[in-house]
Design a protein around this ligand. Sequence first.
Ligand code: CMC
Length: 391
Amino acid sequence: TGYFTYDSGFAATGACKSDITFIDGGKGVLLYRGYPIEQLAESSNFMEVTYLLMNGELPDAQQYNDFNHLISRHTMVHEKIRSFMKGFQYDAHPMAMMMSVIGSFSAFYHDGMNVNNAEDRKMAAIRLIAKMPTVAAAVYKNYVGQPFMYPQNKLGFTDRLLHMMYGVPAEDYVISPVASKALDLLFILHADHEQNASTSTVRLVGSTGANPFACISAGIASLWGPAHGGANEAVLNMLDEIGDVSQIDKYVAKAKDKNDPFRLMGFGHRVYKNFDPRATIIRKACHEVLEDLGIVDPQLELAMRLEEIALKDEYFVSRKLYPNVDFYSGIIYKALGIPVQMFTVMFAIARTVGWTSQWLEQYETPDTRIGRPRQVYGGAKTRDYVPLKNR
Ligand code: CMC
C-alpha cells in the first residue's frame, strides 16, 4: 500500500539525517564534522578524530587526555572471550572470527543492552572502540599461532595494537614510528564514510532497537564483502594474479568485458565520480612508507602502472572510475607485515568509530524509525494450493 519508488541499491535514497560526515562525490571532497580529510590526515591523529566524530567537536587538551584515558581503561576483554576464541580453527578467516567475537560481546557486557539509557549507549560505544584492537590482535595471534598479548595501556591506541600484534612474551618489542604513523593515518582515513553499506547495515539493525554489539557485528559482516571493505584484500589478490606489468592489458580487457565477472578491484565508487580524496592521500603515504622502511615492492610498481593504463582507457574515463581508498591501502598494510587476510580487520577497527558514532546519533535523531524498505514484487499471481498427490 502507498506510493514508493524503486531504487535498486539505494542509489538515490536518503535514509537518515546525519551531522557527521559530508561527501561531495563530484568534486572529491570528504569532511568529518566539517574538517577536510586532508587537514585531519596531515595534522590530527586517530584518537582525536575518534573524539571529533563521536562528539562533534575537536577536544581541548583536557578532553583529549580524559578521552584517551577512558578508552585505555576499556581495552581488556573478558577472559571467557579468550576461551571462546580458542574454539576456532587455526585457519579461520580473521573476519569470520571478528564477526562472531564482537557479536558475542552481547553475552558479556549486559549494560550495553540498555539501549534506552544514554550513558549505557556511550559506554557500549567506548567499549567497542577500545576492545576492537584487542580482539583483532588476538585474531591475528590465533592466525600465526602465537600467544595472546594483553593490552599495554601506557601506549597510545595505534602503538598498543602494534604491540599486541607483533610483541611476544619472550622479548621486548620496539614499535616502529613509521609503522605507527602509517597505521594511524590509515585509521583516520577509514574512520567514517557516511551511509556506505556497512554503516547503513548498522543503522538498519540499530533501528530495530537491537543491542550495539549485534549492530556492529552486522556491520562487520557487511564490510567483509569484496565490493566493500573486502576490496583491500581483493586488490592484493588481484595484483598477485596479474603478476607482471606485461599482463595488465589482458586484465584491463577482462574488466571491460561484460561477460566476464572480473572487475578491477579498488576501482570505482558509488559516490565518488572523481578521485577518492582518501586514495590520493594513501598513494602518497604508500611511497613514503615504502621508502622509509627501505622496501621495494614490485606490486606498487604494478599498481601504479595499472592505474595509469586504466585512467587513460575510454571505458574507465567515460564511467568516471577512479582508484578508491582500497587500491593502495593494502600495499601499506603489506609493508607493515600485516597478512592479507587481516586487511579488512584493520579497516573494521577504524570503521567501528563511524559505526558507533552513527549508532549513537541515530538515538539522538527524533524522527528515527525502524528501517523497512519496500519491494517491487515479480513473483506468481494468486493461485490455489495443489495437494502433493496431484502435483
Ligand atoms: N571494474 C570494471 N568495471 C566497473 C568497475 C570496476 N571496478 N566498477 C564499476 N564498473 C562499471 C560497471 O560494470 C558499470 O558499467 P555499465 O554502466 O557499462 O554497466 C559502471 O561501471 C557503473 O558501475 P556500478 O556497478 O553500477 O556501480 P556501483 O555504484 O553499483 O558500484 C562499486 C560501486 C564500488 C561496488 C564498484 O565500482 C566495484 O565493484 N568496484 C570494485 C570493488 C571495490 O573496489 N570496492 C571498494 C569500494 S570503496 C571502499 C569501500 O566501500 O569499502
